[in-house]
Design a protein around this ligand. Structure first.
Ligand SMILES: Cc1cc2nc3c(=O)[nH]c(=O)nc-3n(C[C@H](O)[C@H](O)[C@H](O)COP(=O)(O)OP(=O)(O)OC[C@H]3O[C@@H](n4cnc5c(N)ncnc54)[C@H](O)[C@@H]3O)c2cc1C
Length: 383
């Protein structure tokens, strides 16, 4: 069996992949260019995805979910979204990043309130950790929540928040005890329409133009105590538990983009001629493609193994960090080299490699930068 043959999926996920491809072809691809101009996707794509079972499939059935917690489904969704170049739809943020917090930390009352609409696509979610003054150093968060009677009073601002404009429920990380160090943070469910919760600019980015990435501000927002998510003071630890899945979700996209861009580039190198020969036949280019293909295979094996470990509950924080930094750095390099192989056409937006180039760049930054991932791996080595 070739190393590129995948062992990961069974018949169920193959069917799921087919039906999600159909969804993308009908409800996403024809509209994506318009959404890129608009700076966000139409909300109707969320409700259509909900109707077809592509949101909250890991949530319990009693709340409208699919009742199957198996990251292979998330993997299929992330891969197909990436291969379609549909970088605007924030389903992975919703399904891969936010869902575990809601499924694992919410009370039954909160689940009954939020999960049905989470699964139907009527409630779009976001998570807000980063602030204008701090990103990598989460302990530097300055947003505060102070208890006042039956409410928490929230003040502060967040930036770079994915789904920030469309989100109806934002998981906000705030400091609830200034003297407790890492045990002084808590998570809150802040809902659209709460007085004092404002959205700032939909940020103008290098790539991912259809993705709404926004600034959020909170001025004396009264968040009911019933919207505390998880345990007071344990916010930081809740984040640490969930970040490996977020990082794996990013690595899944990295490998899918690499496979897609590499396949298109190999084809281009067979078709395009210079000096009377296909450009792929020059030894430099053939060796470059050979190197990129080898690295992509290695990345594929690594990420599939991480998915298996995550499902088994054994994916460690350092291993998720290894997969995140290594695959995303590789993605950025591979896309850059593939653009080069396209010559001037690679710089034209009508070629998908050009879009992949701008969309890819953020991968080594969000979800924890390459440098922070290496800190995690390095510390795990005892250095
Ligand atoms: C498109 C996009 C979407 C995002 N979505 C979200 C979201 O939904 N929710 C959310 O909360 N955040 C989100 N982010 C924020 C993202 O997670 C942060 O930008 C990232 O964690 C880095 O933080 P920073 O920008 O403050 O950079 P900084 O922390 O200021 O880092 C600047 C540079 O210094 C380096 N550095 C920092 N500390 C160290 C160190 N100890 N050793 C070596 N180098 C170091 C970094 O690696 C980086 O190169 C998003 C960002 C982008 C661009």
């Amino acid at each position: 069996m070739a190393l590129d043959d995948r062992h990961l999926f069974d018949e169920e996920q193959l069917l799921f992949r087919d039906s999600y491809r159909g969804f993308l072809a009908q409800h996403v691809t024809p509209y994506h260019a318009q959404w890129e101009q608009d700076g966000l996707v139409d909300r109707s794509v969320w409700t259509e995805a909900g109707k077809q079972g592509f949101l909250g499939f890991a949530m319990p059935e009693e709340y409208g979910g699919g009742g199957v917690r198996d990251f292979r489904y998330n993997t299929v969704l992330g891969e197909e979204t990436a291969k379609a170049g549909a970088s605007g739809i924030g389903f992975s943020l919703h399904n891969d990043v936010v869902a575990p917090y809601l499924a694992d930390l919410c009370t039954d009352e909160q689940k009954a309130r939020w999960l049905p609409a989470f699964c139907s696509g009527e409630l779009i979610t976001a998570i807000a950790m980063t602030e204008p003054g701090t990103g990598s150093d989460l302990q530097g968060i300055r947003t505060t929540a102070v208890r006042d009677g039956g409410d928490w009073v929230l003040n502060g601002s967040k930036t770079f928040i994915t789904n920030g404009i469309n989100a109806d429920l934002v998981l906000v990380v705030a400091r609830t005890d200034p003297d407790a160090g890492s045990a002084g943070f808590s998570l809150f469910g802040v809902e659209r329409g709460m007085p004092g919760f404002e959205r700032g600019r939909n940020l103008d980015k290098v790539g991912m133009h259809a993705q709404d990435t926004a600034e959020l501000s909170f001025t004396d927002v009264r968040v009911p105590a019933a919207n505390l998510i998880g345990t007071e003071g344990q916010g930081f630890f809740h984040l640490m538990n969930n970040l490996p899945q977020e990082r794996l979700s990013i690595a899944v996209v990295a490998v899918a983009v690499m496979e897609q861009v590499l396949a298109e580039t190999v084809q281009y190198c067979q078709d395009r001629k210079a000096f009377g020969k296909p450009i792929g036949s020059f030894q430099h280019n053939r060796f470059l493609l050979a190197e990129l293909a080898t690295e992509t295979t290695a990345a594929r094996i690594l990420v599939d193994r991480c998915v298996t470990e995550l499902n088994a509950g054994t994916l460690t924080i350092p291993d998720a960090a290894k997969a995140k930094w290594w695959t995303t750095e590789l993605q950025v390099r591979l896309v850059d080299r593939c653009l080069q192989l396209h010559g001037g056409y690679g710089f034209m937006n009508e070629f998908s490699v050009a879009k992949a180039f701008t969309d890819s760049r953020v991968q080594t930054i969000y979800g924890g930068t390459t440098e922070i991932m290496k800190e995690i791996v390095g510390r795990s080595l005892g250095v």
